[in-house]
Design a protein. Sequence first.
Lengths: 358, 358
Amino acid sequence: MKIHNFSAGPCILPQEVFTKTAEAVLNFNNSGLSILEISHRSKDFVAVMEEARDLALELLNLKGKGYQALFLQGGASMEFLRIPYNFLKQNGKAAYLDTGTWANNAIKEAKAFGETLVIASSKEANYSFIPKDYSIPTDVDYFHCTSNNTIYGTQIKEFKSSSVPLICDMSSDIFSRTLDFSKFDVIYAGAQKNMGPAGVTLVVIKEELLGKTNRAIPNILNYQVHIAKESMYNTPAVSAIYTSLLTLQWLKKLGGVQAIESKNQAKADLLYQEIDRNPLFKGTAAVEDRSNMNATFLLQNDAAHKEQFDALWKAAGISGINGHRSVGGYRASMYNALPIESVQVLVDVMKELEKKLK
Amino acid sequence: MKIHNFSAGPCILPQEVFTKTAEAVLNFNNSGLSILEISHRSKDFVAVMEEARDLALELLNLKGKGYQALFLQGGASMEFLRIPYNFLKQNGKAAYLDTGTWANNAIKEAKAFGETLVIASSKEANYSFIPKDYSIPTDVDYFHCTSNNTIYGTQIKEFKSSSVPLICDMSSDIFSRTLDFSKFDVIYAGAQKNMGPAGVTLVVIKEELLGKTNRAIPNILNYQVHIAKESMYNTPAVSAIYTSLLTLQWLKKLGGVQAIESKNQAKADLLYQEIDRNPLFKGTAAVEDRSNMNATFLLQNDAAHKEQFDALWKAAGISGINGHRSVGGYRASMYNALPIESVQVLVDVMKELEKKLK
């Protein structure tokens, strides 16, 4: 049976990426060696790393604009720490927008490094909306936000302009929509949503902002060290980077971020229309902040219908739509590689439940 | 043509590990999903993580002895930082043995955290031997050493006992030989030699030693956080951990560390005997400190014979034996998965060169 993978991350990647990765695990670039055993210093892998860094910038329309792309390890959670180490000055302060669990984790790591202002938060409302009524202080070293909140199904639609560096965790919606990415000074993203498998993180940095904190930065956390070593300060996650490159190549072939954006919009429209139409369901996020990546919704009457609904979607081959424990209900993640046909299957199941209960 | 992969890391893994990984990239555990797209919270992957942590302890004979095994990201270089954060007390000091580039990198990261004593170093001799004439101070928070020095082809054969915690970077020889691992308080290793692909790090910790520094430790660097979250504080490197589990299972099936140790000894004996016998070659490391993992050697007359020797080994399908730039010459890495047949091919090529020049 075909599985419709709505998992929140790690998540579905393009089928051709799986096929090509499997081939490379057996024989990479016709070298007779596996991608799992080749040296990261081999000519073939150095070419992979260079193309991946270059293509990431190209897809974000940031080539030739003073940005560097890095492929590091540790997930976005490691960048929660690298950010203050590299950008929060001694005795400086930083501003954070608190829009969910991961935004909060970023705030926690920064606190040890200096004054960390939470300038707005929707925590009291269980992060069901994106705060908009705030202004970014002009005396902070940077402003940090989280573009998409996987757990709560919210997404920042408009990014405020300001005079301070703008740093954004785009783990769960990078490469999914067009933005003026040059508004951002640092963009980082764990690969395991729209870019590749778990185990590698993309960090895109406006290079001129580095080296200004007067802080002793450990080598492994120092962006300047990683830039100087072209993401090979230590052994990179070879295979995860290769799979990420395959995914970026797939996206480029498809027409890039602009092309995927309309596909993502169509998928989100299809599902949210059904959530709003079908009297058995309701969405959990504020309508204007709804994420195009993760749709969170509840049964209006969980006790009465959960068992039946769960049986229906399981029978349809749907996987990974149980909601996060902090929201409950359901979460359908519709990342780049998820075909609209899978969303249609879910919508059909929702309609089927309605029909059965009539 | 069959490739004989002597690469220093990433390096050869067992062929059955490649085959099984490629299968899982297409269809993991018959789930219909790729190992690259499954949730790290899925039952099937949680079982992988648990078995990998358990098997790592079992193979080191550390089960039930108060140790925890973690699978983290960032390579050994990230542990260079986690070690002082977790074990170097405020106003404390640590002792380090300087046996090579990576040992030195560990020392550099520790220096920002407290007094870092380099109690012995072979740097002046280009790290061609393991210093033995030192004693470990009793007033330090820990003693740190590097069991095997990939670049220089040296390996610590005897670990000194002391009253302070013993912390060892075993990246390049873990699971290759029997040791009394319970002498060590922390063992860590980047996976990409004897355990798996690049992108995951094994850390084995005597748990009772944690939580004693009075230092504010960032969450992502805090071993106690990772232990409490069973290596899932953030999304782990799913696929790299799965491949590591396959390699550990292969090792167990083979008879464990004791069984592989004699195979490794036979391979090392075969190659070093030829290096010592063949008048065209010489080893670079002190004989008593020679690594069973990485044999470093030079042509006695590089200018005269390099071209011919290089052509010979390339024609024989040998890959990855160019020496590191800081030593020059050749380095044959003979990790667990390298068959003795590959070493025999190299030895035959060395003999062939001798014959041709007669």
